[in-house]
Design a protein around this ligand. Structure first.
Ligand code: MG
Length: 264
């Protein structure tokens, strides 16, 4: 069942979004060659708790970190560790925060120093796909419009569009209905939905430089590309209002905020 949020609930959901905005500012300062993903995780957890939130991911189905830390060919769900970031890496943080009973969820890929042009372009296009999808977050549009916007960017650039992992409704639960895929399938067409004010969703395109295929490592968490090529991931939590999208996890709440900060 889909839960539509009242204006009061959406107002509450801004609190989690505000902490996530601070997290990305912090990570932008921290991400340098030499830092470990475990150090970033610890600093982010400290910030979330000092702001009165809790990390949504910690302990979720047993996940050990406060953030997912995925590097290069890691698509999602990387476990923070003593892995040292190197010049030219693409570091992706996915972070969830709960405060006042409501979750926010967002992800950003960051360049560690200078990344190869093809990696910068991959990240830039993935961020653009998210923006295109968010542009469709308004009443009368459909879930398939969101999925098609993402899929079109990915296919037009020849990227692998990851299908196994999807966006989702969000609120008092981290993952609520509906699932929000990054491509249009017959399954999605059958359950397609006209968007209404009060729907709050996390949209999260993941594009690969190579094929879309992924596999899970022996730690049972880390998802990597099957061919070892680089992957990028951007996500925001968006409230659909009568006036259009309100992005709860960006400072300007609108599309003009630059979310890919690397070169290109
Ligand atoms: Mg998510």
């Amino acid at each position: 069942m889909i839960s539509y949020k009242s204006q009061r609930e959406i107002d509450k959901m801004r609190a989690a979004g505000r902490i996530i905005i601070q997290v990305f500012d912090l990570v932008g300062e921290l991400v340098r060659p030499g830092i470990t993903t475990g150090e970033i995780d610890a600093r982010v957890e400290e910030l979330i708790r000092s702001e009165g939130g809790k990390p949504s991911f910690k302990g979720y189905h047993g996940f050990p970190g406060s953030i997912c830390a995925s590097v290069n060919d890691e698509v999602v769900h990387g476990i923070p560790s003593d892995r040292v970031l190197k010049e030219g890496d693409l570091f992706t943080i996915d972070v969830g925060v709960i405060v006042r009973g409501y979750h926010g969820d967002a992800a950003r890929s960051f360049a560690v120093g200078g990344v190869p042009d093809e990696v910068a372009r991959l990240a830039e296009v993935t961020a653009q796909a998210l923006n295109d999808a968010i542009g469709n977050c308004r009443p009368t549009k459909r879930l398939t419009d969101i999925a098609l916007a993402v899929e079109t960017q990915g296919r037009d650039h020849g990227y692998g569009v990851v299908e196994q992992y999807v966006g989702h409704g969000i609120g008092t639960q981290l993952h609520e209905e509906p699932q929000v895929p990054n491509y249009v399938s017959d399954e999605l067409k059958k359950r397609d939905l006209v968007l209404k004010a009060g729907l709050v969703i996390a949209i999260e395109p993941m594009f690969n430089l190579g094929t879309a295929a992924t596999k899970t490592l022996e730690d049972d968490w880390t998802v990597v590309t099957a061919d070892g090529c680089c992957s990028a991931h951007f996500e925001d939590t968006i409230a659909i209002t009568a006036d259009g999208p309100e992005i709860l996890t960006r400072p300007e709440a609108q599309l003009d905020h630059r979310i890919w900060t690397g070169s290109h």
